[in-house]
Design a protein around this ligand. Sequence first.
Ligand code: FAD
Length: 251
Amino acid sequence: MKALIVYAHPEPQSFNNAMKDCAEKTLRSMGWEVEVSDLYAQGFKAVADGDDFKDRVDPAFLKYAAEQAHASADGAGFCDDVAAEIEKLKSADLLIFQFPMWWFGFPAILKGWVDRVFAAGTIYGGDIGMFSEGLFRGKRALVSFTSGATKQTYSGVGLYGRADVTLWPIENGVLNFAGFSVLPHFQAEAPAKLDDAGRKAILENWASYLRSIDDHTPLEFHDLGDFDQSKAWTLRAGIKGRTVGQDGVGE
Ligand SMILES: Cc1cc2nc3c(=O)[nH]c(=O)nc-3n(C[C@H](O)[C@H](O)[C@H](O)COP(=O)(O)OP(=O)(O)OC[C@H]3O[C@@H](n4cnc5c(N)ncnc54)[C@H](O)[C@@H]3O)c2cc1C
């Protein structure tokens, strides 16, 4: 089994780095092959632009997804850093995003990785499928993040609101969209406010989470078939929404 950890933190002595090292060590001890994309260390380009393609279908007007599809379809190709990350992603059985929560989402460099690597025509779109019929069905992914705020603050009565609501764009919009089974997120809460023993306890919990990775039930998402394409992809009549973002009843 092969894991890809996509890690985004600018400081090599950060707690996120410790989380990344902990995951790598734990998974290796379980016999996994582990690859790490250390985005800051790689100097990964965060912005999607025309330089991402070796050849342009329309050099005069950049339609990014169309160029992605072109680069996918006829072997025209992606620039080298994107091509390398796509290969890592496609060969992974488990994808882990490791990052500090910044402004209720990814650091920009990790958002840029998704923009550039989850490419139309290669990862989704056309005949590839999406959501429950997506490319990565049967593979697992999870979000591991650190936060400045505690889990109580990220709760239904907390100032920041529920963490699963905050993570919906990533867990549904990126991972479930591409077909992954999404395992429950791991939140390392407020490591900067803890003492060393508290931080070590988080690392132990993270290692323990990974050691029992096969015991975690994936998050529930609707099958693509629950939605009616002819009605703008809304829930079919009588189907009751049961996810964070889909809580109505189809008409
Ligand atoms: C732009 C920006 C936006 C933000 N937005 C949000 C937001 O929307 N929501 C929110 O909740 N927070 C937010 N924050 C806060 C941010 O999420 C936290 O500061 C971050 O998650 C803390 O993780 P870190 O890895 O940076 O911690 P660090 O500060 O790097 O580490 C904390 C401590 O752990 C120590 N440490 C490192 N390695 C180990 C080890 N192996 N064992 C024990 N200790 C170790 C470090 O020395 C340090 O003392 C934001 C911060 C920024 C800069």
